[in-house]
Every structure is written in structure tokens, then in C-alpha cells.
Design a protein around this ligand. Sequence first.
Ligand code: PLP
Length: 388
Amino acid sequence: MIKLPIPYGRQEITDEDIAAVVEILKSDFLTQGPTIEEFEKAFAKYVGVKYAVAVANGTAALHLSVLALGVKPGQKVITTPITFAASANCIMYAGGIVDFCDINPLTYTIDIKKVEEKLSSAPLGTYAGIIPVDLAGYPVNTEQLRNIAKKYNVWILEDACHAPGGGFYDSNNVFQKCGNCNYVDATVFSFHPVKHIATGEGGMITTNNKELYEKLLILRTHGITRRPDLLTEIHGNWYYQMIMLGYNYRLTDIQAALGISQLKRADANLKRRYEIANLYFNKLKDIKQIILPYIENNIFHAFHLFIIQTSKRKELYDFLRTKQIYCQVHYIPIHTFLYYKQLGWKKGDFPIAEAYYAKCLSLPMYPSLSDEQVDYVIENIKNFFSND
Ligand SMILES: *Cc1c(COP(=O)(O)O)cnc(C)c1O
């Protein structure tokens, strides 16, 4: 018996995960306890970075990062229209202006050449930063992006919500894991249940910049600090000050414990994502109506999503639903949403992103998907196209 329905993504929770959560529930700290730092250290080690800051969700991670990196009123930040809305919204939260840039038709990630065209055709200071997104788990070549960003004095915030464990080989053939921040100022991750590591809600910011790190810690908790070197007066042991306008974007210890437990399986689960991807690649390659994911030689994909393209996207999506296979579309181009249209964007602004959206479909992809379930998906796709 094949387990149905099959969603496009889902969490995997083990008995060990449950035990880790129960342990926290019986402990002294449900939040603001020692498990947060433990999770941050473990995650920093996993991606190979100096500092990590755990926050309430990926959107909070984006918001705090843009605030800490800085955007002056009226300054622009570049991102891709093919991403989750939060990658753009965070710029608005921080008082900046969103500027979209079209995608590369092969990788579906931001077109680095077009980013440079934008930066080079505006007066210096027009742009504050760039937010590249590792769509589906395809890491953006941040070395190339850094070489451009340097020239125009803009920061880079990598949205790697899809890409924990992924990375690319740079021009010196050194592997650069997403989140290690060798070529970017900060990287954000999400621990929403469809992502690689699930904590219910949750997020992480990584950076090698100590100043940025310390600012993020303060912004995460109302802008409040107890650090003696930052206080202008001290009345007693109870004393703290609020030195900037921050938020309550804390993660709980309950979630952190779940995150630590999940992180232990990150590599094994990534391996399973590869097995599933290989089944799709091998068994779908002969269907000429489908375009399979493109992967450059220097790329280690994280396969958050397995995105195909077909001109029969809606028909295939509807057909698979009748078989209890629930695919998804990632993403509706952000610039075509009503909110962004009101800001002046319109259909036709980014033809490559829009052409991609017309055909893209994300097939089921998550570690607990069995070979039988993958075969069931493949058989149904084959059946759909067999009458074509
Ligand atoms: C999930 C996701 C986010 C937001 O993360 P949340 O934890 O849901 O707030 C941001 N960017 C991308 C690309 C995502 O996939």
C-alpha cells in the first residue's frame, strides 16, 4: 500500500525529536535558556561560520538582517521576483525600496549580469544591498556576486532558506557551503516544516561579522541589552537599557531542542533528497514534454524542491491532484502581486521570470518520501504524457 496523499514537502519527526522536546518541557527554561545557544553553536558548526543567531522564523531573520545591515530611507535593495514574498517584504519593513531583477533562465536564480547592469547604471548610493535567493536549493554563485557588490559598495544578504547543506565550488575550487558567509555579509535560514530542518516556526541568521552579530542579538530582544560596556548608567543588578528599537523575535528553547535533534539528521536527509532527485532524473529524462532541473558542474544542490517545467503545467497539476499527489508552484512572481503592482510594478516587467512561472511545477520532495511513493508519482506523470 502506498501512503497517500503525497504532499510536495513535509517534516520528519522521530522519537528522538519528541524526547528532546519533552526534556525541555520538564526543564527550567522554555525560552531564553541555554538550549538556544547550543542550537546556534551546532548550526554555526554545520555551515562553517563564526556566528549564528536563532530567531522566531525565516521572515524575522530577513527583517533583522536588513535592519542590521542598514538601508537608508529611499535606498533600494535588489532581489528576485521568483521567491517567497518575505524575501522582498523585509526590505519594505526596514524602510527601503524593493527593486526586482530578472532571473537566469537555466538556474532560475537572480541573473548576476543583470544585477550588475542595474548597479552600474545608477549613481553610487542608490542601492544599499542585494538579496539573492538559493531557489529550490540551487546556490547562487556569491563569489561572482561579491566581486560586483564590492565595486558598488552594497551588502549581500543570502536567502538560503532552501539551501542548508548546499554549496558551490568557487574559482579556486574550494567548496563554499551556504551559510558560511565567505562571500556574503549574512545568510538566513527558515525552519518551517516544509524546509530541511523543522522546528514548527524558526529561523537562523549566520555571519562572520562580530559587530553585525552583536547588533542582531540586541535587535532580537526589543533592542534591550545588559552589556555593561553599552550602558550609560547602572542602578543595580536588575538594570538593563533599551538602546535601539528592536523586536521580540526570539526562538523558544522547545524549538531549539527540536532543531538540535533535527540537525543531527541533516546530512542523512540531504542524501535521501539526492536519491529521490536521481530517481526523478533517471525516470523522467525521456519525457520530452518536461524540462528537468539544470545543475552546473560546480554546484552542490540542496534539493529543497525538485522543479520541472512543462507547458501543460495546469493540466498536470490538476491530474496529479486526482491521484492525491499535491504538487506546488514556486513561485508566483512577486511583482505581479496586487501590493507590488500598487507600487508600480506590472506584468511584463520580468519576462524570463514570468515565462518560468507559466511552466514551473514542484514535484514531491522530502526525506521520508519512499521509493514506492516516488515511483507512483513518476508513473502518474508518465501516464499523463502518454496520451500526448
Ligand atoms: C520559507 C521561506 C522564507 C520565510 O521563512 P518563514 O520561516 O516561513 O518566515 C523566506 N524565504 C524563502 C525563500 C523561503 O522559502
